[in-house]
Design a protein around this ligand. Structure first.
Ligand code: NAI
Length: 305
């Protein structure tokens, strides 16, 4: 059964509450030893609030161990290289291996772009993008040695499609798709698969954004099966799964076939041919940037021939 994680070790960042907690429980129930990372903190990344604090990670560990699972708490900050290296060292000392990393830690600092302090833009990029980069770099040497690894980046519909007031968050979240797109190419030969998850769930991140009737359906637990799927032995690589309230879907970046207008093309010609250029009937995804670049050269070559 590919979704039995007995003997495997999973690190979940930001697992002291919300989605990360649900993922940690889901892995533990399927036999994994789980590292519950969370520095504890308010929703905006500021000081601990009453629902959080470093006890958040410990509480989740207690929940898992009281149900017969194996887990340990780590209070590292994902933006610190030292903390993430310590987390990997702690994991290896306790469990002796490391198979799965779910980059889940995150914060929100919403404001319209014109009113947003640059420091709030930067901090959100630091936690979501650099936090995932730093945690991923910390686990890679072990995964490469083992020739096995599963990494999940947590993206968002805010990055994929946009969301009013979330320019910092959306930019960071779509950057994680860019990171996934390259890591899927670089790490495949080491047996490491990298995918992205775009969840929707009722957590403290969304409790004042959606009406209570909607939130009732959106349990974090209903998202976690997607993470387990992405971390199974048969996992795909380079995919984006969207998940919420029990529905799962695939998101993809597609490009239209396009139209050759010649090296002397003018903006007027683009305007005249826009219906054709933008026709998505024959749109397709590309495995890598170079495949897309080829389309342009082939277009020019075929026209010359
Ligand atoms: P949450 O606020 O309950 O969980 C985030 C956790 O990350 C918190 O426990 C927090 O203490 C921890 N954290 C924050 N900064 C950290 C740092 N520097 N180092 C270590 N831990 C840190 O929110 P939720 O909703 O569970 O979010 C989990 C992930 O899912 C986030 O990446 C979020 O952006 C993403 N997401 C959530 C959606 C939702 O509908 N809830 C929608 C799309 C994406």
């Amino acid at each position: 059964m590919p979704y039995d994680f007995t003997g495997q070790v999973a690190i979940i960042t930001g697992a002291g509450g919300g989605l990360g907690r649900a993922h940690a429980h889901a892995f533990a129930r399927r036999g994994a030893m789980v590292v519950v990372n969370d520095l504890g903190g308010a929703r905006d990344g500021g000081d601990s609030d009453k629902d959080s604090g470093s006890s958040a990670a410990e509480k989740v560990v207690q929940e898992i161990t009281s149900q017969g699972g194996k887990a340990l708490a780590n209070f590292g900050n994902v933006t610190s290289e030292t903390d993430m290296q310590d987390m990997v060292d702690q994991t290896m000392t306790a469990f002796g291996r490391l198979d799965i990393l779910v980059n889940n830690a995150g914060i929100l600092r919403d404001k319209t772009f014109s009113k947003m302090a640059l420091s709030d833009f930067q901090t959100v990029l630091d936690v979501h993008l650099m936090g995932s980069v730093i945690a991923t770099r910390a686990v890679l040497p072990v995964m490469k040695d083992q020739e096995y690894g599963r990494i999940v980046m947590t993206t968002s519909s805010s990055g994929l499609y946009g969301n009013f007031g979330q320019s910092n968050y959306g930019a960071a979240k779509l950057a994680l798709v860019g990171l996934t797109n390259t890591l899927k190419l670089e790490l495949f030969k080491f047996g490491i698969r990298v995918n992205a998850l775009a969840p929707v769930a009722a957590t403290r991140m969304t409790d004042d954004i959606m009406p209570p009737q909607m939130l009732d359906f959106l349990t974090p637990e209903s998202v976690s099966p997607a993470v387990l799927y992405l971390c199974g032995k048969e996992a795909p690589t380079g995919e984006i799964i969207t998940a919420g309230a029990g529905t799962f879907a695939r998101a993809q970046i597609l490009e239209s076939a396009g139209m050759f207008l010649g090296a002397d093309a003018t903006p007027e010609m683009i305007a005249e041919n826009w219906d054709n250029i933008s026709d998505m009937d024959k749109a397709k995804p590309y495995k890598q940037g170079a495949d897309q670049s080829q389309k342009f050269v082939v277009g020019a070559f075929e026209n010359e021939a």
